[in-house]
Write a protein that binds this ligand. Structure first.
Ligand SMILES: [Zn+2]
Length: 290
């Protein structure tokens, strides 16, 4: 199954609440996923809105993910780790209340520590926070994001390593970040094959994937670009997904948000048509794809 959506409330949606955003995503865009952004500080969603979103998503088959506050450091000093726990826990409670599948979190910084010590700290601290979530019967899973800057923990290898060590945690595969960190490493089909090969030990049944164009230099992300302005092609990724019949959620993080989510949808449908030989395709129907 292929799910497509954008990170946040669509730009063209007049109402600016998450409730408006999910309705618009379904009704106006005909997309079936959204990543709600709890990214700045500790956002509190009114209970009524949370109930509405949960019911609406269930009734209309929309998959919800949530992005936790950007600034987290699970490899920092005690104070920073405690602050991160609090933000993650509060976000996870809200994410669970709206029926979110994953809560996307940023791992942290190397700081003075070497790569190995940072990895050990992040494994230790994510184990603890995953345990706290389990104790509270929170069903939303933590999704550890791949990061786009050299000084930040979160290469694909590091994220896979943490996910191997910590039960109940999955990767959030941010392709813009991976591409930038690898200084433009995702261009050909074989590049995407190699990336998914690295994820193999995790035996994932679902892949949460962030997509955007990205401006980068020397392995560091500068900022996001519209997909068409970036140099990471979509076609080889979509081919891989269709070939391997992967269960994916593709979230547009481009500055054009839903416009690029719809662009992804059209590219998926184009790829389906190429395979079926028909002149119409619908991204939700993969029954004739071979
Ligand atoms: Zn992120």
């Amino acid at each position: 199954m292929i799910r497509i959506g954008q990170a946040g409330i669509p730009l063209s949606c007049k109402g600016r609440t998450n409730k408006d955003g999910i309705v618009y995503t379904h009704k106006n865009l005909d997309l079936n996923a959204i990543e709600i952004q709890f990214v700045r500080g500790l956002y509190v969603m009114p209970e009524e809105e949370a109930d509405f979103i949960k019911d609406y998503a269930k009734k209309n088959d929309i998959e919800i993910h949530v992005h936790a506050p950007y600034y987290l450091n699970l490899a920092g000093d005690r104070e920073e780790v405690e602050m991160s726990y609090e933000k993650i826990l509060k976000s996870a409670e809200m994410a669970n209340d709206i029926g979110a599948k994953d809560l996307v979190i940023h791992p942290g910084f190397y700081g003075e520590n070497g790569e190995r010590r940072t990895l050990n700290l992040i494994v230790k601290n994510t184990t603890k926070i995953a345990g706290l979530l389990k104790k509270q019967k929170i069903k939303t899973k933590l999704a550890l994001e791949t990061m786009g800057k050299q000084k930040v923990f979160g290469s694909i290898e590091e994220i896979v390593s943490v996910c191997t060590h910590v039960k109940d945690i999955v990767p959030a595969i941010d392709l813009g970040h991976i591409h930038a960190r690898g200084n433009g490493c995702l261009k050909e089909r074989e590049d995407f094959d190699a990336l998914f090969e690295k994820l193999k030990p995790l035996h994932l049944r679902h892949y949460l994937i962030h997509i955007t164009g990205v401006l980068y230099e020397k392995g560091n992300e500068y900022y996001h670009l519209p997909i068409k302005k970036g140099d990471m092609p979509l076609a080889p990724l979509i081919d891989l997904i269709l070939d391997k019949k992967l269960n994916v959620t593709l979230i547009s993080e481009s500055p054009l948000l839903e416009h690029d989510a719809v662009y992804i949808k059209l590219q998926v449908e184009k790829a389906i048509m190429k395979r079926t030989g028909k002149e119409v395709a619908y991204y939700k129907d993969l029954s004739e794809v071979s």
